[in-house]
Design a protein around this ligand. Structure first.
Ligand code: SAH
Length: 346
């Protein structure tokens, strides 16, 4: 059985033609799935009964089950979703003033093994299917529909569990379904892929012809420090990442965002800030400083607020556009793999 939520529109057109149908059948199905929110083929009344039977034999319209739901006082919704094989995945909805941002997971677990990250500690179980990532958005949209304000997911960041470029092809199909006007209809500039620095992935992404965004998880301004935080840096050191970033900027014509988690006494000195300016200053990128979310799985501590501000001020004063990430859902387990970790260690 093929889950239709995992089939990108051009691929669906090819599938329909292989079924002896007209190409437009694919758009018709998309309209039922994404616009009219049909839950079964029986609802698709402008498709002939006999073809609906064929569809039922070969395709499904399954979405993940909501295993656990947490809603924060600030409106943040965190879902622990259960997939067909019992795998559990976190997805989060954050309410910014500019829209509803979904933080999407791309894998069950992660094998990048960053020393400060709760998601990486249990290793990777498997990649998520395209339909499962689309399912994350559909589940969040269902939550929003319950609220009855006519809202939906308007922005996507691939910053949940997993490394998007370690599941490259599925992530690209997911993005195309999100971005398609007949699909989830989310503007390309509202979609951000975040990577720990998989160089071949960055180079390939540069050539996709997408107007989506790229975020690079730097977290350290030199190889020695970065090696100690992110084991992927042994494979792709900073010089190779920066070379790929420059290539991305020139080919895709887009700026990048550098993410930098501030961990007390590890990477939050003004010396680090200076090195960071030297590293990225001439790329016209943005730095997004992330106050570290402490987890009981490792001993790192969050930098005090005064240091976060001092670090941000230094960068801004030296010509690097810097913002401090707004925090959501601190009263629930919204941060970085915490809900799944809690449920699974019970
Ligand atoms: N694998 C991708 C995307 C997933 S993580 C990547 O590395 O970019 C999204 C961001 O959250 C990354 O920048 C990651 O380093 C960061 N992160 C992980 N654990 C964190 C924690 N405990 N507190 C704050 N940020 C964290």
């Amino acid at each position: 059985m093929i889950n239709l939520y995992g089939v990108e529109l051009h691929k669906l057109e090819a599938l329909m033609e292989a079924e002896g149908q007209k190409k437009y059948r694919a758009t018709q199905l998309y309209t039922w799935m994404y616009e009219k929110k049909a839950q079964s083929f029986d609802q698709m009344t402008d498709i002939s009964l006999s073809f609906r039977e064929t569809l039922k034999e070969k395709y499904t319209l399954e979405i993940p089950k909501v295993h656990t739901r947490q809603v924060s006082t600030d409106g943040t919704i965190k879902l622990l979703l259960e997939m067909n094989d019992g795998s559990k995945v976190e997805t989060v909805l954050m309410r910014y003033n500019y829209g509803n941002v979904a933080c999407v997971s791309s894998q069950v677990g992660c094998e990048m093994g960053c020393s400060f990250c709760a998601s990486g500690l249990t290793g990777k179980k498997r990649n998520l299917e395209v339909s499962e990532m689309v399912g994350e958005i559909l589940c969040l949209n269902n939550e929003l529909r319950e609220e009855g304000n006519g809202e939906r997911v308007s922005h996507i960041v691939l910053m949940g569990t997993g490394e998007p470029f370690d599941n490259y092809d599925n992530v690209m199909d997911f993005i195309r379904i999100c971005n398609n006007q007949k699909g989830l209809s989310i503007g390309a500039r509202h979609i951000t892929v975040s990577t720990c620095g998989i160089v071949p992935g960055i180079k390939k992404y540069a050539r996709e012809g997408l107007q989506t965004n790229l975020a690079i998880s730097l977290h350290a301004p030199n190889d020695e420090l970065r090696n100690s935080l992110m084991k992927i840096n042994h494979t792709f050191p900073l010089s190779s990442i920066m070379e790929a970033v420059r290539e991305y900027i020139s080919i895709a014509g887009r700026r990048v965002t550098y993410e930098y988690v501030l961990i007390q006494d590890v990477n939050d000195s003004l010396g680090c800030a200076k090195e960071l300016v030297d590293l990225v200053g001439d790329t016209e990128g943005y730095v997004n400083l992330i106050p570290y979310n402490e987890t009981n799985l490792c001993n790192y501590k969050r930098s005090p607020q005064s240091r976060v501000y001092a670090f941000a001020d230094y960068l801004n004063e030296h010509g690097v556009n810097t913002t401090i990430r707004k925090e959501f859902g601190s009263d629930i387990d919204a941060a970085c793999g915490q809900l799944k970790a809690k449920i699974e260690t019970k």
